[in-house]
Design a protein around this ligand. Structure first.
Ligand SMILES: Nc1nc2c(c(=O)[nH]1)N[C@H]1C(S)=C(S)[C@@H](COP(=O)(O)O)O[C@H]1N2
Ligand SMILES: [Mo]
Length: 445
């Protein structure tokens, strides 16, 4: 897809021929800037798949057949695995825009470390070198804002109380790869989820200081990233939440993650941190919040984006715009983070199984584990969340009756009594909200 799109753009702009002669010049025309010289580490940062040609020293005649994300053998000869700076073990799903997910066994920490936090970019992030946290500003405005005000980060820190919360950040499309028929978009498996600890000021305190008009119903965010389509000045994404969610204690304007600067890929130097809803509401590289007297209408607010059919539909059904509703709280879900799927385990020892469970705006009441394909279940021990909207740790111990192939399944139940489905739930056109049980393979010998 990405490659096809790129080829089409090149043709449209009449620079196709130039590309084969001078890929760097072609890239400058296409992207408005020169791509970084390609290094194994650097190329995912800013340059296009096709700039590989520049480093290879010639064009790639069959580029249109090259699988997306393929690293040319000429560049792939070091033992070092291909990596994203500051991230470890993430699986790249798309390089323009960059999208990368975290394998389940790398999400075992109670608090997700920055190096294991997934990346979901809809556009091109602001250049890292151009970001100065000293001069970065956040504007609060909109038709339902009484006193529009612009703050520096220092002013936010000075004027408002600082709070920290661990918050669930899960992409609405996490699990999309399992839907049939498939939906377009990043083919997330289980790894578009994280629960780091954010520090900042309450969105509520800042909004109230700027005057929330009586007719306010929604907020919307804008960030400093730009559209991936050449020449478009439309923001890649601008979403928001109803006032009731915006005014919750845990909704933060954050400048720190796990007591450090937020990683560049995750929104440095300022982002919204709003837990329990599709993470698309948590605006990165945040520079403006609008208080709206109507539902926010920025890019990716309208159906089918982050929306599901109001009533369930048969797989493959076309759904009319008015039959969609915007996703709000995310559904109950769990993830087995230890052991890693495929592990070999000795028969004579019990196996500790652990992971996390979360339930959108609700709490998790129970997690159960099965080793017999769901015939019987045992309750795991479940910790309370460190705060509302954070995941909860579960730990269980299982013993196996005889050698062979087993699967460990986990299923969580929320505080309203709803549990996870065993199979992929309600098909929807964009492949959102797959909260089917997670399972891992165990070989017992
Ligand atoms: N400005 C901006 N904010 C954004 C996005 C984006 O592309 N641009 N992506 C959103 C989506 S869809 C998700 S799932 C989360 C991902 O956060 P992360 O990349 O820090 O994991 O950021 C959200 N905030
Ligand atoms: Mo997302």
């Amino acid at each position: 897809m990405e490659v096809e799109w790129y080829m089409k753009k090149r043709q449209q702009q009449g620079i196709h021929a130039l590309y084969n002669k001078d890929p760097i010049a072609a890239d400058r025309l296409l992207w408005g800037r020169e791509a970084d010289p390609l290094t194994r580490r650097g190329f995912l940062k800013r340059s296009s798949l096709m700039t590989m040609a520049a480093v290879l020293g010639s064009g790639i005649p069959f580029a249109h057949f090259m699988p997306q994300g393929l690293i040319p053998a000429a560049l792939a000869q070091s033992d070092e695995p291909f990596s994203i700076e500051g991230k470890e073990g993430l699986v790249v799903l798309n390089d323009r825009p960059l999208n990368a997910e975290t394998p389940a066994h790398l999400l075992d920490d109670d608090i997700t470390p920055a190096r294991h936090m997934f990346i979901r970019n809809n556009g091109v992030p602001p250049e890292q070198e151009s970001i100065d946290p000293e001069t970065w500003t956040l504007e609060i405005s909109g038709e339902a804002c009484l006193t529009p005000t612009t703050f520096t980060i220092a002013e936010l820190k000075e004027r408002f109380e600082t709070h920290s919360y661990q918050l669930m950040i899960e992409c609405g499309g996490n699990g999309r790869s399992e839907f049939a028929p498939g939906a377009s978009g990043n083919q997330w498996t289980t790894g578009a989820v994280a629960c780091p600890r954010f520090t900042g000021v309450r969105l509520r305190d800042v909004l109230e200081a700027c005057g929330v008009a009586e007719d306010a119903v929604y907020i919307g965010y804008y960030g400093a990233d730009t559209n991936i389509s050449v020449g478009s000045d439309k923001p890649p994404i601008s979403r928001g939440v109803p006032m009731s969610k915006a005014l919750e204690d845990e909704s933060l304007i954050a400048w720190a993650m796990n007591d450090e600067d937020i990683p560049w890929y995750n929104g440095y130097p300022l982002r919204l941190a709003i837990g329990g809803w599709p993470a698309s509401v948590a605006g990165k590289w945040l520079n403006r919040i609008v208080i709206r007297n109507q539902k926010h209408d920025g890019p990716k607010m309208a159906p089918p984006s982050y929306s599901v059919p109001k009533h369930s539909v048969a797989p493959g059904t076309e759904v009319a715009e008015e039959d969609f509703e915007t996703i709000e709280s995310m559904p109950i879900k769990s993830l087995i983070t230890f052991p890693r799927s495929g592990v070999q385990h000795p028969l004579d020892q019990p196996l500790e199984v652990r992971g996390h469970a979360w339930a959108g705006d609700l709490a998790v009441n129970d997690v159960q584990v099965s080793i017999d394909f769901g015939a019987t279940w045992q309750s795991a021990s479940l910790s309370d969340a460190p705060n509302r909207l954070a995941w909860q740790r579960f730990i269980s111990e299982v013993t196996f009756p005889e050698p062979g192939y087993y699967e460990v399944w986990a299923r969580a139940v929320d505080s309203d009594g709803r549990s996870q489905p065993m199979v992929v739930p309600g098909w929807n056109p964009k492949g959102y909200l797959n909260n089917a049980c997670h399972r891992i393979a165990v070989q017992v010998a």
